[in-house]
Design a protein around this ligand. Sequence first.
Ligand SMILES: Cc1ncc(C[n+]2csc(CCOP(=O)(O)OP(=O)(O)O)c2C)c(N)n1
Ligand code: SF4
Ligand SMILES: [Mg+2]
Length: 346
Amino acid sequence: MSEAPTPAKKTNRIGLDVAPYRGSKTTLCAGCGHNAISERIIDAFFEMGVDPKHVVKFSGIGCSSKSPAYFLNPSHGFNSVHGRMPSVATGAMLANKNMLSIGVSGDGDTGAIGIGQFVHLMRRNLPLIYIIEDNGCYGLTKGQFSPTADLGSKAKNGVVNDLPPIDTCALAIQLGASFVARSFSGDKKQLLSVLKAAISHRGTSMIDVISPCVTFNDHEGSTKSYSYVKDHDEPLGEVSFVPYFEDISVDYEPGSTTAVKLHDGSQLYLRKIAPDYNPSDKVAAMRLLHETSRRNEFATGVIYIEPDKDDFIDLLNLVDQPLASLTVDQVRPPKAALDAIMESLR
Ligand SMILES: Cc1ncc(C[n+]2csc(CCOP(=O)(O)OP(=O)(O)O)c2C)c(N)n1
Ligand code: SF4
Ligand SMILES: [Mg+2]
């Protein structure tokens, strides 16, 4: 009897199968939200046909910051110091602006020790996908409250959090990030569309993904548990993404859907549930975050987008050639030029 032929592996538009988009086997707890986010990152980069060798991954310290080991194995990577990923990413992007960069941080890594670096990253609009895997606690050091833990939220041992949270989306919008979204690790479809849109966006894409910690913060009284988030998720509408390489025309009802053209020509369609919500209106975005948090809800989806804003590389007016590949002769002024400067200072 002849053997059935092995089915051909599915390949993407650059001819790769999914294997090079995967990473090492996860060492995080089974059921941790961070694992689901890694899965969506694999799907998004595979489906967008991004060459993993053109990607550089960054992280700080935490369970979340271990995640870049679990996706895009052939990519470049730098697992940095706690809260210091933004400065490392900034240096790398200045050295080679042709790379596509993705950083993974935690709510502690970003909101506590790294808040100063986060603030300056957002105001610079560095081209970087910046993901916060937000579980409201320091998972790696056994579940202490982080700065995104809600006021009144209960720890596993019954301790009540008596400090108000930092809303990283509101902070990012106020400071100048040009793509700001919130999603949930359990919402596969929304998170995948948001990640694909972020890949197409040029500028900082700040994505806060609520990502329950099953070991330390998934109990009753936590506002970052699977059941709480499922009951209080208020999607802003449907997020659909059409990449520039797919020639699909989408029928949509003008007035109820906002179509946004992204940097590479891809289209993002945001079907609104709140009919008057405009994701390019900063004040409306801040009001939405404020109002939903007052109701103890999470607004999810693309909250703010400014597709044509100059990014940090544009602002610095860098030469076209990546700095890392310039020769010594190109970067060092000749002796005669230095002598002339010295002479002018006499
Ligand atoms: C300079 C420094 N201070 C403190 C620590 C201890 N530490 C390691 S991870 C962490 C917090 C991690 O929390 P988060 O960023 O939310 O990541 P999670 O583990 O929850 O994914 C802390 C305080 C450290 N590694 N380095
Ligand atoms: S301790 Fe929490 S955050 Fe860390 S891997 Fe386990 S479930 Fe995830
Ligand atoms: Mg955390």
